[in-house]
Design a protein around this ligand. Structure first.
Ligand code: GLN
Length: 330
């Protein structure tokens, strides 16, 4: 196959042609497998593939199936962490869940041996703990609070996929076990079944790659949705969330991600990845075939290319993206 790079194929350096070329380059890649441990996820069409970029001045650029719905799964973990920081403050959150990369898979049953806390909020144990914090504040209104806030970040009303929720609820014994262990070590102090149910519901919220790009752009724009102008998240909470997305957002792939992509991001087993180029862009990708670590194969490949071609890596010569990207948000 001809491997023409996006930049050489598109001398005008137009963002739309770079996205289209990235999409075309990775479309033939059918390696990886759709998550099937949640039975309803196994019925997803593995061929869908979409990429979206949303800028902090409200523009949107897409390629492929950017408007195809899928469940947010673990991408929600970043946003609920941001919400919890705002609700109870950094110290109260830190008392329950740490910010250290665990180097373990997302569903690991491992806690920090010194503190007895989950290592970080981007793995299941940490996210269930964060749900315990939100449940402690909002009780039976916790899910509404979460879906409202995620909807504000996306700039449209999101809904939950009932079938995926029920499927995970019926089979999620490992997450229930994690919930009970968290209760045992004192990271949770509320009703375990309700808190794990909240976790299953939030994982089943339906989004598109465009939504993930818009949500990322809200974080990039220090918590303000660039399209609606609404201040969705607090500034300090956004900073802390981006830090933990950077170090822990792709589980035991996070070191390689930081090395090769270099932007804060969060992945989910529904096939979505949400990335944040601070002060500039949100990037959303969707492709359901996952690698062994549970990250979307085409999503990771697309992020690596976009980071290289657009100069997005935080340690590139400029830490605010390339001159080209800055020209996009003028
Ligand atoms: N609902 C999924 C689970 O708990 C989310 C995991 C993920 O996206 N990595 O297993």
């Amino acid at each position: 196959m001809d491997t023409v790079t996006a930049s050489s194929a598109n001398a005008d350096f137009g963002i739309d042609s770079i996205l289209a070329a990235t999409h075309a380059r990775h479309l033939p890649n059918v390696t990886g497998a759709v998550a099937d441990y949640i039975p309803e996820l196994a019925v997803a069409d593995p061929d869908h593939f979409g990429i979206a970029i949303a800028t902090v001045n409200g523009k949107l650029h897409t390629a492929g199936d950017a408007d195809h719905p899928f469940t947010i799964q673990s991408v929600a973990k970043a946003f609920i962490y941001c919400l919890a920081l705002e609700l109870v403050g950094r110290d109260a959150v830190m008392a329950r869940v740490g910010v250290e990369p665990s180097g373990d898979p997302f569903n690991a049953i491992e806690f920090d041996p010194h503190s007895n806390r989950p290592f970080n909020p981007m793995v299941n144990a940490g996210a269930i703990t964060v749900d315990g914090i939100i449940h402690g504040v909002a009780g039976s209104d916790a899910f509404e609070l979460i879906i409202d806030r995620l909807s504000q970040a996306a700039g449209r009303r999101l809904t939950m996929d009932e079938a995926v929720y029920r499927s995970e609820s019926e089979t999620g014994h490992r997450n229930r076990a994690i919930g009970h262990l968290l209760r045992n070590v004192g990271a949770l102090d509320g009703p375990v079944d309700e808190i794990v149910d909240l976790y299953f519901r939030q994982c089943a919220i339906r989004v598109t790659a465009t939504d993930l790009a818009r949500m990322g752009a809200t974080l990039a724009h220090i918590g303000e949705n660039p399209v609606t102008g609404q201040q969705v998240f607090e500034l300090d909470a956004v900073r802390n969330t981006l830090a933990v997305m950077f170090t822990c957002g792709t589980y035991d792939f996070s070191g390689t991600w930081a090395y090769d992509v270099g932007v804060p991001a969060k992945s989910g087993v529904g096939g979505g990845i949400c990335g944040v180029v601070n002060r500039l862009l949100g990037i959303g990708t969707f492709s359901p075939r996952l690698d062994v670590k549970g990250n979307s194969v085409r999503g990771v490949a697309s992020f690596i290319d976009l980071a290289n071609e657009l100069g997005l890596h935080v340690f590139d010569c400029s830490n605010a993206g390339s001159t080209f990207v800055r020209s996009l948000v003028r």
